[in-house]
Unconditional design. Structure first.
Length: 167
C-alpha cells in the first residue's frame, strides 16, 4: 500500500502544472511599435531607429541593458541614471512575466507574453501602451554575448559611416 501511495504521489507531482524558471536568462527585444518619447534617453538610435534592448532576469530581479553611444564608442551597459540602475523585482506565471519601472517622471508596467515573446511597456494602470517589442530569449552567457555582438556590429557600422565622411 505504501508503495502504491508513493507511486501515485510521484505521478501526480509530474502531472502538476509547472512553468520554467527565468532565473539566469535574458531577452533581447527589438521595437515593433515604439514611441520615441518613451525610449530611454541613453539608447543609441542610428537614423532615429532604436537599437535593441536587453532584459536580464536573475535572483527575482530584472536588469535593463541598453546599447549606448558614448563619444565614438558603442557599448552595452545598464542605464546611466542612478534611479534607473536599481534592479527591479519581477513576477511570473506560465503566461506572463511582469514588473514595474520608474523613471524621473513616470512609473511603467512591463508585461512579457511568454508564448509570443511580445514585450509591452504601458502606463501603470495599463490603459495606454507606449512601446511594443518582439523579443528573443537566451541563456545567461548567450544573452551577454549577443548584446556585445550587437554593440560590436553597431560600432562597425558607425565607424564605416564616419570614415566615409572624412576627407
Amino acid at each position: 500500500m505504501k508503495k502504491l501511495f508513493m507511486m501515485t504521489l510521484i505521478f501526480l507531482i509530474q502531472l502538476s502544472p509547472s512553468f520554467g524558471s527565468v532565473d539566469g536568462k535574458g531577452i533581447i527585444c527589438k521595437c515593433l511599435d515604439c514611441k520615441l518619447d518613451h525610449l530611454d534617453p541613453s539608447s543609441y538610435m542610428p537614423n532615429n531607429i532604436p537599437t535593441e534592448i536587453g532584459f536580464h532576469f536573475k535572483t527575482n530581479k530584472v536588469s535593463i541593458y541598453y546599447i549606448r553611444k558614448i563619444g565614438d564608442k558603442i557599448k552595452v551597459g545598464e542605464n546611466v541614471q542612478t534611479t534607473l540602475r536599481k534592479k527591479k523585482r519581477f513576477s511570473y506565471d506560465k503566461n506572463e512575466i511582469k514588473w514595474t519601472y520608474k523613471d524621473s517622471l513616470n512609473i511603467y508596467a512591463y508585461s512579457l507574453d511568454r508564448k509570443t515573446l511580445i514585450l509591452s511597456k504601458m502606463n501603470i494602470t495599463k490603459t495606454e501602451k507606449f512601446n511594443m517589442r518582439k523579443c528573443e530569449s537566451f541563456k545567461e552567457i548567450e544573452f551577454f554575448n549577443k548584446m556585445n555582438k550587437l554593440s560590436d556590429d553597431y560600432q562597425k557600422i558607425y565607424d564605416k559611416q564616419t570614415n566615409k565622411n572624412k576627407i
